[in-house]
Every structure is written in C-alpha cells, then in structure tokens.
Write a protein that binds this ligand. Structure first.
Ligand code: NI
Length: 259
C-alpha cells in the first residue's frame, strides 16, 4: 500500500455523481486517506454534468468534466449541447467527456452517437478543453472521428483494445487509461497490452462505482481502490509502486492540464 503523503494519486475517471453515492463525503474522505489528491468526476449527460460541477464546488479535491455519453446520444439535442457548452465554462471543468461511441450496448442509434460525438469534439476544440473518450466495440469509427480533430489532448478511457490501437491513440495525443479490468483473472490478453504500452503514456482510473478491481469485484467501487489498480500496474510493468504512482500522476496532470 502507498502511504498517505508518500506520493499523490489521481483517479482520472470516477462517477461521484452516481446515485449510488449517498455517502459521497465519506467516499471522498477515504480517497484522501488513500493518497488521492484529485478525483476527476465524469459527467455523462446534462444532469450528471451539473452534479459533477456542484460536487467540485463542495470538495476541493474534486474536478469535473461535462459531456453526453454515447448511451445518451439520443438526448443530445441542440438545447442540451448548448447547456453542455455553457457548463463547460465553469472553473472546475477540466475536460469534455465522457464522449464517444458504444456499439456494444447500442443504447442510442449509431448515427446519433456519431453526430453527438463529432459535435462535442468540435466543442472541445473550440473551448480548448481536453477530451475523455469512451469507445466500446467501435474502434474503427472512433479512430476515424478522432483523426478529424487531431492533434488531441486527453484520455482514452477504460482501454481494452490492441497494442496497435493503443499506439494510434498515443500518436493522436491521448493517454491510455487502465482500470479494474487489468486485475481480472481472465484479462491476460489485456495485461499483455499493458506490459507493452510505455508507462509514459498510461493513466489509471477506477470508473467507480463500476468495475471494482480484484479482490473486490462485484462490490461497489470507489476511488480509494485505485491503490489495487496501481499495484497491478506496477507488477505488470515491473516497476516499484512509487514509480508507477509518480509517473501516472504526472501523466494525469499533463492530460488534464492540472497544476
Ligand atoms: Ni465512466
């Protein structure tokens, strides 16, 4: 375990704005005790983006992102996008996201997903904000759209693709984020990718309340569990826990333009 004050940690992707966190103050307190100095609270629609900003104004360690997730692309009306644009100017907002494509669940028609994604990529460019990208079973179309807006600043969230795709993301300017999935017993292939992506391009995230790392799989996740993900990353990369923490924290600061 990393001791508080030995190194600063950043959870680059959490959803404190999720309704499962009625005890958000205690969750943030436990994160602080586990060495987390910054929690990036990710919006996924207008309401959750508003809530992310609200929580950021209450807790100094919390920063917010605003955006409409591909699941909710059907709600990305002109009015909703205008609202995201105005929310994006709040001081605590560090990125546009999470935005992208999800052809696994197909909760919104793909054409609408691509349209909402392009609109928000253009908005991020216009506002000079980094992006947090969600892509599931949609690599080809995601990369095609990302290329239209390159060079990029930001993060490819919850990465589970090939080494080749990771390389393309890095070339476009993104950091590659790994989370609880790298601890799963059946994730040997993903760990092979982790082993080959240079640490200089990796950030860590919990995606809480989802995707709890082993041995907590199936339970509600929270930012303090980032320690378990970092421990696995250090093991796979064959570096010390302190070095894994130091480099990924530095990467997270660069990705979001934090001090
Ligand atoms: Ni997420």
């Amino acid at each position: 375990m990393i001791k508080r004050d030995s190194v600063e940690l950043i959870d680059t992707h959490c959803h404190l704005n999720d309704e499962q966190y009625e005890d958000v103050a205690a969750v943030i307190e436990r994160a602080w005790s586990a060495g987390l100095v910054q929690l990036i609270n990710i919006g996924y629609d207008v309401d959750s983006s508003k809530k992310a900003i609200e929580q950021a104004s209450m807790y100094p360690s919390v920063k917010a992102t605003v955006g409409i997730h591909p699941h909710d692309a059907g709600t990305a009306t002109e009015a909703a996008l205008e609202e995201i644009e105005s929310l994006a100017t709040a001081e605590s907002v560090v990125a546009l996201g999470e935005i992208g494509l999800d052809y696994y669940y197909d909760n919104s028609p793909r054409e609408l997903q691509r349209k909402a994604f392009r609109r928000q990529m253009a908005l991020a460019k216009q506002l000079q904000l980094p992006v947090v990208i969600h892509s599931r079973k949609a690599t080809r179309d995601t990369l095609e759209i990302l290329r239209e807006y390159a060079p990029l600043q930001g993060i490819m969230h919850c990465f589970s693709g090939s080494l080749e795709t990771a390389q393309i993301c890095v070339d476009l300017g993104l950091y590659v984020a790994f989370g609880g999935a790298i601890t799963f017993k059946n994730a040997a292939r993903l760990r092979e990718v982790v082993a080959k992506v240079p640490l200089e391009y990796i950030v860590v995230e919990t995606d809480c309340p989802y995707l709890s790392p082993e041995p907590l799989r199936g339970k509600r996740n929270e930012p303090a569990n980032l320690q378990l993900i970092l421990a696995k990353l250090a093991e796979v990369k064959q570096v010390s826990l302190i070095d894994a923490a130091r480099v990924t924290t530095c990467n997270a600061r660069t990705a979001f333009g934090l001090d």
